[in-house]
Design a protein around this ligand. Sequence first.
Ligand code: PEP
Ligand code: MG
Length: 605
Amino acid sequence: MLETLRGNAHDGGARPPPNPDAGVQALQGLPGADGLAIGVVAIPQLLIDLDDVPARAALDPVFEEAALRAAITAVDEELRFAGERLAPLLPANEQTLFETHRMLLNSASLTAEARARIQQGCWAQGAWCEAVLARARLLEQADDPYLASRATDIRDLGRRVLHHLRAGSNRPVALASERRVLLAEEMSVAHLAAAGPDQLAAVVCLRGSALSHVSILAQAMGIPAVMALGDRPIGGFEGCEIIVDGYQGRVFVNPDPALRADYEQRIAADAELSAGLGDLRDLPAETRDGYRLPLYAKAGLLADIAAARECGADGIGLYRTEFAFMLRDAFPGAEEQRALYRQILEAFAPRPVVIRTLDIGGDKCLPYFTINEKNPFLGWRGMRFTLDRPDIFLTQLRALIQANAGLHNLRVLFPMITTVEEVDEALRLLDQAQAGLEREGLARARPEVGVMIEVPSAALQAAQLAGRVDFLSVGTNDLTQYLLAVDRDNGRVAKLYDSLHPAMLKTIAHILEGGRQAGRPVHLCGELSADPGAAVLLMGMGAASLSANAISVPRVKWAIRSFSRARAQELARQALTLDTALQVHRLLDGALREAGLGELVHRSA
Ligand code: PEP
Ligand code: MG
C-alpha cells in the first residue's frame, strides 16, 4: 500500500487530472467517525496481483529462501516504522494492531509453508503467493466477518512482500503535501499507518461500520470517517477532490464551488465552535432555570478517557469493554482486565464510570472466537453470549469488582437484555463473583448495576427490569435498529434509520415511565443523546443523564445551558404528539434556532 501511495503521490504532476465533466457525486454511507474534511482521494490499490505470478522453478532454493526472508523483514520493518509513527496518537491498546499485523506476517506456519514450496522446487515469488492465497482462502471459508478481514490483511501483507521480492527496494518516500482522503473497498490498519497520519484528512470505506477497526482508529486519531458506501467502482475517483461528512456519513466527490464553499464554511465554523465551547469545560450542564443534568462521555479506548477528561464530562456514561477484547489476540485475563478497568475508574473517581460487560456478537467479532450466524444481530449477542459462557463473564465481573476496590465509582451495565430471567441470572453471577472476592478478602462493596434497554421486549418490560437493578440505560442505537427493523450497519437502508421516529419517542417515554414506577433512574447512552436538539428533548422527557462522545459533549452542554427545563418539557410534550420523524426534526431545529443555537442546526443539516 505504501508503495502504491508513493506511486500516486501528488508531488510533481503525477496525479491524473480529475475529470472536469464528472460532476458532483453525492454518496450516502454510514458515519464512522465525527468531523468534516476536504481532501484529495488516494486509493490504496496495490499494483501487484497475487494471482498473477507465473509458476517458475527455483534455480537455487537457498537463494530463493534468502530473498523471501529479506522481503518479509523489509515489510516487517515498514510495519514497525508505521506503528512508531502512529504511537503518539494511539494508546498502547491500539498499537497492538500493528503487532497483530506483524504477527500475521511472521506467522511460522505461513513462512514454513512458503519455504516448503521452495524446497519442492518453486521460486520464492510463486511459493509465497501460493502460501498466502491458501491461508487467505482458509480464513474466508470460516464465513466470519472478522476472519474475512484477517484474510484481507493477509492478502495485503502478501502483496507487500511480493512487491519487495520483485523490486527489492525499500526506499522511504517523500509524502505529498496535499491532505489525502483514503478511499478503499476495505482498509487495513496498515493502510492508515502507511498513509501518514499528518497528511490524512479522512477515511472512506465501501464496507464496514462505525465499529470497524478503521473507524475506531479514525476516532482515536480525530479524523472523520465514512463507512459502508456500498459496492461501486471507485478507480475513477483517484485524485478527485472529495468532501467527507463524518457526522452524516456522506461524501461528495468533485464538489461544485458552491458546495465546497458551504463545507469550507462549515469546517471553519466547526473549528470555531469547538474552540469557543472550550470555555464551557468547567461549567455544569445546567439549564437556565437551575436544573443540573449529569452529562457523561462515552468511551471504549484509553484515548477516549483522555478526551472525556478534556471535554469536561461528569463521568463516563458508557465504557464499551468489547473494544479492548477486539484489539487482542486472545481473551484478556483477569489481571489484564482489572488493570485496564482500574485505570479508567481512577481517571474519573469520584465521578461515576459505567462499564458495560462484554457486548460481542452482531457486527462485533473477536479475532480469536468465531461466531458463524445467518442473522448475527438476532443471534448470540451481548448477554446471551456471556450467560452461555459464565467462565468469561465471571472473569470480567471479578476484574470489575476488584478494580473498584477503594474507589466505589463503578456502575456495571448489562447489554442486550431481552428477558427478566437474563437479568436474574446475570445478577446471580455478579453475586457469586462478589461473594467469592469477599471470601478472599479482595472486595467489599457491591457495585451499582444497571440494564441496557435496547430491545423492544426490554422496553415493554422496563418497570419489571428496573425493579431488579439500580438503574436503566437506554441504548438508542440498537433500540432504533430493533424497533424500526433497520440494520444499523446497512448503508442501503440508512435513511430509514432515525432515532427520532415517533415510535422511538413513544418507546423511550414508556421506558422512562417504567423507571419512574420502579423508582429507578433511566439514563440515555445511545448516539441520540449526542445530538444537541435531541438532548434537550430527552432531558425534557425525564432522562436522568445523557452520554455523548467526547467531541459532542461541549455542544450538548451548550444546548442544555441555553434552555430552561420547563421549555424542554414543553418540547417533549409537543414532540410526542407528532406523526413523523421529519416533524420531530423540524420542531427541534426550530427550537435550537429560537434559542440562538442555529450553528448547531447548520452542522447537522
Ligand atoms: C446502543 O445500542 O445504543 C449502544 C449504546 O450500544 P452499542 O452502540 O455499543 O451497541
Ligand atoms: Mg447496543
